[in-house]
Design a protein around this ligand. Structure first.
Ligand code: SF4
Ligand code: SF4
Length: 379
């Protein structure tokens, strides 16, 4: 059953490029996004397809290094490399790029990317104090609304935004339900399977297709749990991964952890559980978007207390045996925050913790394997 659903997921993924193409041929647009802080609801409200563009592959990095320094985060180089080498169909489909002032490397890279395709940069506050920063952030979101209106020629009403909030809340609910199936001991899904589903459904032109397949897989997994079926044993070590985002192509650490006999059951990052927030459907829609998106607990915020609240909830809720904290090379915010995360995991939970700093290449695979195997022996 699960295998058939993965086949279906692959078929929808293959059909998806044609779906985007026909959407655009009908006079509609696609908008590329690079960060979880940007409210994709504004694209959906204007019938534009929001496409997540963060680069997760090693291949385009060489092209990026012709313009960018080598000692830069691989996610930034991969993202720029796809644009510079014109090798990402989703970038090519994007009529406009929405970026945010998150970390230094990313915001300076967007200045170069703007030479390739128009980039609109949201001035993201670096702190979540709503008294000081909610109004300017809401003004940024209003400005984005105007930019999207100018691009698409569609006047976006409050009702359009409310409808988009409802649809994307439904998508986030499906994501959460899917990610919650791994709370079961043993889990019915591998971490690699979970990453594949999260990654592929993110690009779907038709949100309803993504919601439907996630619900189907969650149903199948819940049945597996009821029948006592799992690829793991009750004693398999359960790992929570925190830190930077991961996707297909930047999954080496997850793969090594699972090849070494553990199961990554939870992703406390912006490609995983940080995506499961709900936007308040009862408030003025722009205020609700501003409040919710500003509260996302990424390390680019200083301080970033929400990450520790989320870690607390997830370490307990997913019955975790150990925490792996992943930092992409040259990501200063996650690298520095790792110190506090290590203390928190040790003091609050007395659990084994491993901090890994790496890039997208395979050059350190065997070295990582040795460290991960030693870490798993502590569980
Ligand atoms: S890690 Fe933070 S800054 Fe980077 S994409 Fe995710 S939310 Fe945005
Ligand atoms: S992983 Fe870190 S350095 Fe890389 S883009 Fe995200 S915040 Fe910036």
């Amino acid at each position: 059953m699960k295998a058939q659903l993965f086949k279906k997921l692959q078929q929808i993924t293959e059909q998806n490029l044609m779906d985007i193409e026909s959407h655009k041929q009908n006079g509609n647009h696609a908008i590329g996004f690079y960060c979880l802080y940007a409210p994709t609801e504004l694209a959906t409200a204007a019938d534009a397809i929001p496409l997540p563009l963060c680069g997760t592959r090693q291949d385009p990095i060489e092209a990026a290094e012709e313009a960018l320094p080598r000692n830069l985060c691989p996610l930034i180089k991969s993202s720029y490399g796809f644009a510079a080498s014109d090798t990402c169909p989703f970038f090519r489909f994007s009529d406009m790029i929405v970026a945010d002032t998150t970390c230094d490397g990313k915001k300076k890279m967007f200045e170069l990317m703007n030479r390739i395709t128009p980039v609109h940069v949201l001035q993201l506050p670096q702190q979540q104090n709503t008294d000081l920063f909610l109004d300017p952030w809401k003004a940024e979101i209003s400005l984005l609304k105007q930019k999207v209106e100018n691009l698409t020629g569609k006047q976006i009403t409050d009702q359009d935004i409310s409808n988009a909030i409802q649809l994307l809340n439904r998508e986030r609910e499906a994501l959460k339900r899917l990610m919650d199936v791994t709370r079961a001991i043993p889990s019915p899904l591998t971490g690699m399977e979970l990453i594949e589903i999260l990654f592929k459904t993110g690009f779907f032109a038709d949100k309803h297709k993504g919601i439907a397949i996630m619900d189907e897989i969650a149903d199948a997994c819940e049945t597996m749990v009821q029948n006592g079926e799992s690829p793991f044993k009750k004693t398999t070590p359960r790992i929570l991964m925190t830190g930077v985002p991961v996707g297909l192509g930047s999954d080496k650490v997850i793969r090594i952890i699972e090849e070494s006999g553990a199961n990554v059951v939870a992703f406390e990052n912006c490609s995983g559980y940080k995506k499961t927030f709900q936007v308040d459907e009862t408030k003025d829609p722009l205020t609700a978007l501003a409040e919710t998106y500003l509260s996302i607990p990424c390390s680019v915020m200083s301080p970033n207390p929400g990450r520790f609240d989320l870690l607390e909830e997830m370490i307990t809720g997913f019955s975790v045996d150990g925490v792996v904290d992943l930092t992409w090379q040259a990501c200063h915010t996650y690298n520095i925050e790792a110190y506090g995360v290590q203390e928190f995991v040790a003091d609050r939970f007395a659990l084994p913790y491993l901090h890994i700093e790496t890039d997208y290449s395979q050059s350190d695979t065997e070295q990582l394997r040795v460290r991960i195997e030693a870490f798993l022996e502590m569980i």
